[in-house]
Every structure is written in C-alpha cells, then in structure tokens.
Design a protein around this ligand. Structure first.
Ligand SMILES: [Cu+2]
Length: 121
C-alpha cells in the first residue's frame, strides 16, 4: 500500500469503529411525556431506548419546581427490555419537571441524559 492509501484505509477503519460504537450504545429514542411536552400530571414515565438496557443499573430522577425530587415507584422494563417504565406516585403540581436518566445497555456501556416537560394546571 502507498502511504496515502494506508492513511485512507486506517481513517476509514477508525470512522467505522467510532460509528459502530455510537450506534451500539443505548440512546433515548423517545419518551412519554415527550421532551418539552405540556401535559396534565402523568401517571408514569416511559423512556424508549435504541438498545436493551439493564434494569439494575438504570434509573431516572425527576426534579420538579423548587428543585424538589419527585417520588417514583420501582421501574420496570417493557418492549423487549428497551423501554424503561417508571410509575409516578401521586399527582404532580403544575410547573416544569426535569428527567435525568442513566442506563447501562446490554453491551456494557453507560449513557445518560436529561429532558424536561411541563405539567399544566
Ligand atoms: Cu455501547
């Protein structure tokens, strides 16, 4: 191989490796309530990921107005372990809520993120 061919070859390999790695992680595909949604007090949260997640090492934290933590029930997996369902105990007061999630996907990688929604009066 010429020097240039070799450089292009290894660049291509590296690009594929990085892309494959990113695809294999569990990314949040959608959620209910959705990001930036304005809704009545929800009874549960559904977070749908691109990969199967490990319930034991996955969870969410919901913070409401005045930075108060929302009481949540035990999470469970649905949809071939790709959706994390978390019950919300009680009715949420009107205001903005932030959902911080972290999951361990079955490939052993951790991902996390956050989004928010608004509960209407
Ligand atoms: Cu991964």
């Amino acid at each position: 191989m010429s020097r240039l061919t070799r450089i292009l070859f290894f660049t291509a390999i590296a690009t594929i490796a990085v892309a494959g790695e990113a695809l294999a992680h569990a990314h949040l595909k959608s959620s209910v309530p959705a990001d930036k949604a304005s809704i009545a007090s929800p009874g549960e949260l559904d977070l749908s990921f691109s990969e199967e997640v490990n319930l034991k090492f996955s969870g969410v934290k919901v913070t409401g107005p005045d930075n108060k933590s929302v009481k949540l029930g035990d999470g469970m997996l649905m949809d071939s372990d790709k959706t994390l369902m978390v019950p919300i105990s009680g009715k949420l007061a009107a205001g903005q809520y932030t959902v911080e999630w972290h999951v361990l996907s079955t490939d052993g990688h951790k991902t996390n993120g956050s989004y928010s929604f608004t509960v209407t009066p």
